[in-house]
Each structure stands twice: as C-alpha cells, then as structure tokens.
Design a protein around this ligand. Structure first.
Ligand code: ADP
Ligand code: MG
Ligand code: MG
Length: 915
C-alpha cells in the first residue's frame, strides 16, 4: 500500500481537514496538545473517494486498521473482541465542512455474545451492558445493514408496553436482554444472516456504511442546499474512537458545551449535561438536560476540569468552540470540538472581546465574520418567542419584520400612514407611482415579481420589509381583499410579514428593534482602518442620508432624482411638465418644480456634509410618471357617468321647478369642473398612448430625455448648483457630483456639460462665489464601456450602473430572467449565480475592468465606483477591489456589510481568484 490511508490521533495533521475531516483533524489536534481524548485513529477522505469509485476498500486498508486497533488496545489496556476486557469503539463520520446529523455514527461496536458477557462481568452491571448491546444492534442494523428503524422500534415499544413502563430509564436488565434478543432476530429475518459476531467484520461493514453515507440522499440534499462544492469538502473521513461511557453510574455524565454563549457572545460557561447518560441522549431529547452551572454543585471537581478544558480549547483554537464531552467514572474525556456557529450579535461581541483579551488580532476579528451575517443586526426581527403559524410564503425580498393593517393601494396607505396607523401595502406588483405608499407603509407584499422586482428594489433601498412573488395570495384590489385559499384578508385586517424568510402571518407578532451596538461600532472602525475602497450609500432623502451616515457611509453614490418627483406634492407638477405640448408650458411647470428640487438637494447635501453626493439626472422613461392606459380609461368612464348624473340632477331640479339649494360639494363638482377633469384625463391618455414604447427600458430614457427636453436637465442642474451655492453661503462643506445616466457617446456628455458650464457661470455670478463640484457619467451601456477613454476626457468620474449593464451584457431583462429561466440556469449550473445579485465577474466584470483601465489612462485621477445593487454584495465587492475601484455604493442597510466586506477584500486580496 503506497498511499497512507490511516493516521492515529497521535500522528494525524490537525490542520488537514480536507484529508481527515473536521472531526478527525480536531481529534488529532486535541490529542497532540495533551487534552484527554480516548485513543483512536482516522481513515482518510481519500480512502472514502477510492471506495466510492471502485466499491472496494483500498487494498490492505483493513490490515492497516488492525494495526491501528492494536495501538488503541495498547493504550487502553483493553482488547477488541476479547471476552474478559473488551474494547468497544465508535465509528464516526466527518467531512471537511461540518454537516450536522447528515451522516452516520455507530456506537458500541465490538459487542457480540462473548464480549457482552465479558462486559457484564467486568462492570458488574448487566443493565448497562444490555443497554449498550441493544443500541449497537439497532444502530448497526440500521446503518450498516440497511434495516428499517421501525422494525426495531416495534419490539422496543411492545416490551415497554408489556412491562407497563413509560420511560426508557424504567427498563431493567432483563427487559433490555429480551429486547436485544428480539433485535438479533430482526437482523436474521431481515438479512437472512445472523448478526455478525466477528468484530473486524463489524468494523469493516461500518466503515463501508459511513463511506456510503457520503452519497446518501440526506447528505446530497444538504450539500446542494448549502452550496457545498467538492472543493470545499470531498468525501467523509471515518474516525474510530475507543468508547467511553457516560452511563455507567452517577459519577458518569455526558454533555455539550460552547466556550462562550452563542446567543449573546458573553464570555461564560455555556452548555448542558446529563448524569448517567450517553452522548446521543442529550441531542435526542429523551431526557431534559441540566444547565452546566449545576455541575458545579453536582461534581465540583469535574466542573473545574471542564472549565480548564474550555480554557485550553479557546487558547489553542483562538476561536469560540462547540464541544462534546463524556465523564466516565470521574474522568473527563473530550470527544469533539469545532468552531461554534453563532448569531451576528455573538460573533461581533466575541470578535471585539477576543481582541481585547489578546487572543486574536484585529485582522482575524474581522475575517472570522461573514459580512452577510451583519444583515441580522440592522432590521427589526420577529420576536423569537412567537409561536404563530404562517399562512403563506413568498420570496424574502427585503429583510426585516413588520406588522400593520392591510391596504391595497398607495393612496390609502398614505392616508392611513398619516393617521399614524401601521400599514402593509399589498399589490400584485408595484410601479414607480406607488412610491408614496412605500413611504407610508411598514412593509410591502406583492403576489408577483422576483427578488429584483420594483417592489423588492425600492423596499431594500428604503430598508423596509418586503415579500415579493407570494403567488398563493390572490389580490383583488376592487374588492379590497386578498385571498389565500378559503381565507379572506380584508382591508384593515392586521398581518405580519417577515422579509427575511418570506413568511406571512395573520395578526400581529411583536418585533424587536435593531440596535447598532458599541461592539459593532468598534468592529467596523477596525474595518475602516484596513479598507481601501470607500463605502457610499444609494439614498434619495435626507432622513435616509442621515441614517446612512450613522451607519458609516462616507458619501452618497447614487441619488435617484425621480424618487423626488414621485412624492405626492410634486407628481401633479411633473405630470403638467410631461403633458406640456410646447416649451413655454413645460418651462412653467419646471419653474414650479425648481425650488422644490433645490431644497431637496440642499437638505441632502447638508445631511451628507462634508462627503460627496452624486446626483443622477432624470433617468426613467416619462410614462412611468403617468397612470397606466387601462387606469385612465377606467377613470374617464367613471367621470362620464358622473357627468350624466350631474346632468340628470339638473334636469330633476328644473323639472320640479323648485329652487332647492344643493349642499356645497354638489355645486363645487359641477359640470364645468367635470369637463375640465375629463379633458385633462383625456390629454393624459393621449400622452400615454404617444409615449408608448415596445421596450421602455431600451427606449426614450436617461440622457436621451436630456437631449430631447434640455429644459428638464437644465432645471435639475440649476437646482443642484444653487443648492450647492446656498450651502457654500452658509459655510457648509459639501461636494456635489452631477451624474448623467445611460450615456452611449461622448457627444451626449459634451452636450450636457455645456448646459452645466453655462448654468455654473450664471449661478456663480448670481451668488458671487465659486462652485466646487464634479461632472461624470454612469457606465451602464456596453457602448459606454467601449468608449471609456473618450468619455473620460469629459467625465471626472465613472459610476458603474451594474443593474442595467448586466441586462445589457446578458441581453435579457431582469424581470423575465428571474421569473422564467434564471432559476433553471442556476439549478442546472448553466450559470453559477444570479448576475443581478452577484456581480458577474467573468463577463460584466471584464467590461468593467477594461473600462476602468481606459478611464485611468485618459484621466489618471478619475474617480470610479459602482452603484448597482451588487455594490453591497461581499463577493462582488472583492472583485471591485481587485479592479481597483475607489468606492462601492449600496443601500443604507447594507452599509455595515459593505464596510466589513471592503476590509475583507483588502485583507484577502492576495488570494483573490475569479472563480
Ligand atoms: P455527530 O456528528 O452526529 O455529532 P458523533 O460522531 O459526534 O456524531 O457521535 C454521536 C454521539 O455519540 C455524540 O454525542 C458523541 O459524543 C457520542 N460518541 C461518539 N463517539 C463516542 C465514544 N467513543 N465514546 C462515547 N461517546 C461517543
Ligand atoms: Mg458530534
Ligand atoms: Mg440604470
């Protein structure tokens, strides 16, 4: 045998988890640092892979195993298969990545008719021996021989019943002997062969069974669910460990512990134990375990040893550990350790405290936390104590939990929101004109659309809970009702949504507010020390800007001005502007909008002072500000009916000849007024039809609007520059940036720049000051990428709009892709990730790299960032660092994640590979 397949715990490399599995490697490591681990050895994952390929154990493997058993015999003083002093072992699985409960472990192996008698004599405890025996037969029967568990359980239950006993603890030696005999019978019946008496045959069959469990359905499903690739874990190792017994009397126990509290991070003894029990009893919940503090009173001496074990584990691993131990007749053995899984709060707290204790460096403190985990800390969570059952589930589109009264349109949401009611806005899908409803609502629920639907993107931007695509819910806006099967949810009914899980509940479930703890502040301040890229925010309002600043944003990377247009006090003005059929009328509407926009910008600049604020000029196609054709036709129909009614009323009054004075509302809404309204609606309808585009997202939008209607862009530019001037007058340090969307050619930029230059001169003259600002472009068309060197001649900054750029590169739209074929592409591996969530480094990323290089060549000090949704995604952030961007910009709630991720990107830059 050339390949070494087996390592004793004294020899195996504790760092090599890929070869020895996490459990095996740590058993080696613990043995070698002098912790009390029962003797044993590890069979490698390589042996597993070879076995799975050929269906044969590698040549000589069992001989080698025999030699290693001999070693264990020498250390333990017991003998495998010996009837006087039998050695029993456990055969345990374990791969490089822990997959709790997904693969199998066999305990008490080595028992047969002879060793059983030996064990009874040796321990003087027949009950204990038979208990071990029946457990072994069942586990071995199930795992190694493939016998259905129920066959055994049936007998177990019937013996219990016959004896009139409720709990397993009540069974005596004789009951357990009967059970063992029945179990042996089951094996004979089910396999046609007697239970294997030869202990090495038992060992061989068990090793094979553990190897096979790697390809078992449970394990396969688990690996798929958690994206565990063969690079991360390939095959399971087998650890063979001398058994120790926690169930040999009252000086025995078994327990599990964490070196710190995994719920809060507090540095304290944490865990549970059971006296006179075996390891699996704690997990299986057969008896209720006691908190570890009670061990202090029950076995003070061993409690001290346990504290010592915990301290040694942490001092060595320099990480919070999750460990298993067993006390056999007053001696403490450690059976397993691994890095603990903790919630975000505990991860942050332990990071900060372990640095203070000198246990780990700041780098390690940052790197041990997955940035995505921080998401938990920034949104309200459902009270974990709640016990409600969900009525439906949609896509978790924007995290956080919220409850409120159901409303079915944005106007009602706004009305009720103003009245101080918590509301949840339910729509089939949302449109930009629903924006005021978003502001008013606690949460948004749609029955259609994916995780990047309008509702999802806007809700995430605002940090509001959102569930999208809850298809089981049928929304009937006219009836003001939503139906889930036979269940009706009416307007005003309270529901709770959890945007982190997509679950929807009836009634109110209390939520817990997020908190930005001192520890999190400390941790992120360390992240800033290492980071090279800055983190900016995608926000549109002063409140959100202040929030982003408090989360540590050092700028606004994207302010979408259309969000301001959609607010309900401006939308009528915007509509007038769109309806205008000549420049003068349009100018009039724009003049009314101008001071409003200027004040918006001034507040935004102030909120982000002294950091840069990038304002994008108007981007969406105009029709987005108008109601849909369908809605207008409906409204016109109603108006005409109303007109007939008014007319009828007049006729009635005239006929009666009576001079009845109508109440004011009737006279206010007279025929003349209605005619005016109808005329306006008809004009809107006509405009909507005119503006109709086959492909609005590829149509008349972005800078193309600025070319067709210069006065709109000019009004916005003037608002920005006057706001800047007003701030300058008040000595508020600010840094505005004007950004042009959808650019394809440098001529467009030159044109907009000419508006800017002209207005700048006027404003500077008017206010008697000099303005400091930057002019730049979004890069979101493929052509812009190919023309980057020319664009950089005019633009002082580039900002990658990777939402549109991704659509343009893939030539498919996000909505259609996500709703139709992208899931298939991801599941079958045609595409690794959803490129709208994870930046496509291989495709879109290459365009970005080329663009950034060309930009730098033309203008060495050009500032380059990303403002697409992927800008808040850790893996995408690593790519942005790799191509040396200056900043990433993301929605406010993702800022802490991004701050940690930019530090990771720097600290891990040397081993970055485009996967
Ligand atoms: P899992 O990966 O499911 O935790 P383990 O291999 O850790 O499976 O074993 C299952 C249970 O059996 C655990 O409680 C463990 O502590 C216990 N156990 C495993 N090996 C031994 C042993 N040699 N002596 C005593 N208990 C053991
Ligand atoms: Mg375990
Ligand atoms: Mg865009």
């Amino acid at each position: 045998m050339t390949e070494k397949y087996i390592y004793s715990f004294h020899k195996g490399d504790g760092k090599n988890k890929v070869l020895l599995g996490g459990k095996g490697a740590n058993l080696c490591e613990m043995t070698q640092i002098g912790l009390n681990v029962p003797p044993g050895f590890v069979i490698t994952t390589k042996a597993c892979l070879d076995y799975l390929e050929s269906h044969l154990l590698p040549d000589g493997l069992m001989d080698d195993a025999k030699d290693h058993i001999a070693e264990v015999e020498a250390i333990s003083g017991k003998k495998f298969g010996n009837s006087r002093n039998p050695l029993l072992v456990s055969v345990r699985s374990g791969s490089a990545i822990s997959m709790p409960g997904m693969m199998d472990t066999i305990l008490n192996l080595g028992l047969n008719a002879q060793t059983l008698t030996g064990l009874i004599k040796q321990t003087g405890d027949a009950r204990f021996a038979y208990d071990a025996y029946r457990r072994f037969i069942q586990l071995f029967g199930k795992i190694a021989l493939g016998i259905n568990d129920e066959k055994f359980d049936l007998h177990f239950v019937s013996i219990k019943k016959q004896a009139g006993i409720k709990s397993d603890m009540g069974l005596n030696a004789d009951h357990l002997r009967q059970i063992s005999e029945l179990f042996l019978q089951v094996v004979l019946e089910e396999t046609g062969k007697p239970f294997p008496e030869d202990v090495f045959e038992q060992l061989e069959l068990s090793i094979k069974a553990v190897f096979n469990s790697w390809m078992g359905k449970r394990a396969l499903d688990y690996r798929r669910e958690f994206h565990i690739t063969p690079q991360m874990a390939n095959g399971t190792a087998v650890s063979v460990v001398a058994m120790v017994f926690g169930n040999m009397g009252n000086d025995c126990a078994t327990g599990v512990g964490f070196t710190r509290n995994p719920g809060t991070g507090v540095n304290e003894m944490y865990g549970e134990y059971l006296v006179n029990a075996q390891g699996e009893d704690v997990v299986a919940g057969i008896r209720t375990p006691k908190p570890v503090h009670e061990l202090l009173h029950e076995m003070p001496h061993l409690y001290k040893q346990l504290v010592d074990l915990r301290n040694k584990l942490e001092a060595h691993y320099k990480e919070v550990q999750d460990y298993e131990y067993t006390i056999e007749c007053g001696i403490l053995y450690c059976l397993q350790t691994r890095n603990a899984k903790m919630n975000a709060m505990a991860m942050v707290r332990t990071s900060v405290e372990m640095v203070a204790e000198g246990l780990i460096s700041k780098e390690k403190a940052l790197l041990r936390i997955n940035p995505e985990l921080l998401e938990q800390l920034l949104h309200p969570q459902l009270d974990p104590e709640h016990s409600e059952h969900p009525v439906a589930q949609g896509l978790p589109a924007s995290p956080g939990a919220a409850f409120g009264k159901c409303v079915f349109d944005a106007d009602t949401a706004e009305l009720m929101g103003r009245a101080g009611e918590p509301v949840i806005l339910l729509r089939e899908e949302t449109k930009p004109e629903d924006i005021h409803g978003f502001f008013a609502a606690q949460g948004i629920l749609t029955s259609r659309g994916g995780k990047t639907s309008h509702a999802a993107v806007v809700a995430r931007g605002m940090g509001k809970a959102c569930i999208a695509g809850a298809e089981a819910i049928k929304i009937d806006v006219r009836a003001r009702q939503a139906n889930v099967g036979d269940l009706h949810i009416r307007e005003g009914d309270i529901i709770t949504i959890d945007g982190s899980t997509g679950l929807i509940y009836l009634g109110k479930i209390p939520t817990i507010e997020p908190s930005f703890s001192e520890e999190l502040k400390t941790l992120l301040a360390w992240a800033d020390e290492f980071a090279e890229m800055e983190v900016h925010a995608n926000v549109d309002t002063p409140e959100r800007a202040r929030m982003a600043a408090s989360y540590g944003a050092t700028g606004i990377g994207l302010c979408r001005t259309e969000r301001m247009f959609n607010a309900s006090d401006r939308l009528p003005l915007v509509i007038d502007m769109i309806l205008a059929d000549n420049k003068e009328v349009r100018q009039e509407a724009l003049e009314k909008l101008f001071p409003i926009q200027r004040d918006d910008f001034k507040q935004l600049f102030e909120a982000m002072s002294p950091y840069p604020v990038t304002v994008r000029l108007l981007d969406p196609p105009m029709h987005e500000f108008l109601p849909s054709e369908h809605q207008l036709e409906d409204e016109i129909k109603s108006l005409n009916l109303y007109k007939v009614m008014i007319h009828g009323q007049q006729v009635t009054l005239d006929t009666l000849g009576a001079h009845i004075a109508l109440p004011e509302p009737f006279t206010l809404l007279n025929e003349e007024v209605i005619n005016k309204v109808i005329a306006k609606k008809e004009l809107m309808l006509k405009k909507v039809k005119e503006l109709y585009e086959v492909n609005p997202m590829l149509g008349h939008r972005g800078v193309r609007l600025g070319m067709s209607y210069p006065e709109i862009y000019q009004m916005q530019i003037r608002s920005i520059l006057e706001a800047a001037a007003l701030c300058a007058k008040q000595q508020i340090p600010i840094l505005p940036e004007i950004m042009v969307p959808q650019v394809i050619t440098v001529q467009e930029l030159i044109k907009v720049k000419s508006y800017v230059d002209h207005i700048k001169e006027e404003v500077e003259h008017q206010y008697g000051i000099r303005l400091e600002f930057k002019f730049g472009t979004m890069i979101e068309t493929v052509r812009a990428c190919t023309r980057a060197s020319e664009l950089a001649g005019v633009a002082e900054f580039f900002s990658f709009g990777t939402n549109d750029l991704t659509q343009a590169t893939f030539s498919f739209s996000r909505e259609d892709a996500e709703n139709k074929f992208l899931p298939l592409y991801n599941e079958t591996g045609l595409l690794e990730d959803n490129p709208f969530e994870v930046l496509d480094a291989k495709g879109v990323g290459q365009l970005m790299k080329m663009t950034a290089e060309a930009g730098h060549k033309t203008r060495p000090d050009i500032k380059i960032g990303i403002c697409g949704e992927q800008g808040g995604h850790p893996q995408s952030i690593r790519f942005c660092h790799h191509i040396k961007l200056d900043y990433v910009s993301c929605s406010a709630p993702r800022i802490p994640i991004a701050r940690l991720a930019v530090a990771h990107a720097k600290l891990l830059e040397n081993d970055y590979r485009i996967s």
